[in-house]
Unconditional design. Structure first.
Length: 320
């Protein structure tokens, strides 16, 4: 039976023993004596998320092994050796709603837990969407990542998040984002745009691995499924991912490791963001269809304008 005290988040306040029992007393390796940066997931929202934000106040931000969770959505810039990386941390439960209860109820599997989250409009969480767009628009970093709990694309049991496909993905393209980092599904996967450097990463097996790849067929045909690790037959008990940027010449690499730190997969070198990569992203998402109307093209989902010839044919999407 699932222990609902464990999966239901913090049930009291920032002084809950669970912070010590499941974090401070667990992650004790010297390599983990570093700042931790948090986003809330579905299980956190089953409990008192505010307690996790208040817990941050017990630490000096960005120093030692600190719990850094100043608000439900926040940013952090890393800079070293002439390279800057911006991270935009978002709250996908606020954006997309929450899952239906626990994985198990009274020892029985909950048939609704893995149901797809219903689509939402941008207006349903307008404040956060406006904030996200403002952060992406203002970033001048060499690399820009967005991190949230729910994935945009996932091959495993929860699958894709339609709201993020509809409302977040166009922003990732428009503002030349390097990658989107997610968890939620207890597996690992890399989905990428084939024509420009935008990676959709799932690394959700720090607790256990691996759930079944039930949604392999749901990855769109215009995306590239580069790699995944999923399924109970794998000899994996867990794992994690790392991002390394030796310098701008070498580029950035996203790597996946097993529970012992052994390398499982690494992406090719990802170049820094430049006007050229931004132009490639816009060009790759533009569409032209003879005879199609602007309504059919739905350019707005890419945050683009739509123009047609004098006859109203050969409509095309293009950047603002």
């Amino acid at each position: 039976m699932t222990n609902q005290c464990i999966v239901a988040g913090i049930q009291t306040d920032e002084h809950a023993k669970r912070f010590q029992q499941t974090w401070a007393d667990v992650y004790t390796s010297p390599s983990l004596e570093i700042p931790w940066y948090l986003v809330a997931g579905n299980h956190d929202h089953y409990g008192n998320v505010t307690a996790q934000i208040e817990y941050s106040k017990q630490f000096t931000p960005d120093t030692g092994r600190s719990w850094n969770f100043p608000s439900l959505y926040h940013t952090k810039t890393f800079s070293a050796d002439g390279v800057t990386v911006d991270l935009v941390f978002i709250d996908t439960v606020d954006l997309s709603g929450n899952t239906e209860g626990f994985e198990e109820v009274n020892g029985e599997e909950n048939p609704y837990y893995y149901d797809p989250l219903p689509p939402r409009t941008r207006e349903s969480a307008a404040d956060q969407w406006d904030w996200i767009e403002a952060q992406l628009q203002s970033s001048t970093a060499d690399y820009l990542f967005v991190a949230g709990h729910f994935p945009v694309y996932s091959v495993c049991q929860h699958g894709n998040t339609q709201n993020l496909i509809d409302n977040l993905k166009p922003l990732l393209v428009k503002y030349n984002v390097t990658g989107y980092l997610a968890g939620h599904d207890h597996c690992m996967s890399v989905v990428k745009e084939p024509d420009f450097p935008l990676y959709y990463i799932v690394s959700g097996n720090a607790n256990f691995c691996c759930t079944q790849p039930d949604h392999l067929e749901d990855i769109p045909v215009d995306k590239e499924l580069e790699w995944y690790a999923a399924g109970k037959k794998l000899a994996l008990r867990g794992g994690f991912s790392t991002i390394r940027v030796p310098d701008l010449t070498a580029g950035l690499t996203i790597a996946f490791h097993d529970q012992d730190g052994e390398l499982l997969h690494a992406t090719d070198s990802v170049p820094p963001r430049t006007p050229a990569t931004a132009a490639a992203a816009v060009a790759a998402t533009a569409k032209t269809t003879s005879g199609a109307s602007c309504t059919e093209l739905n350019c707005g989902q890419y945050y683009m304008n739509c123009d047609c010839d004098a006859a109203g044919d050969n409509c095309a999407c293009h950047a603002h």
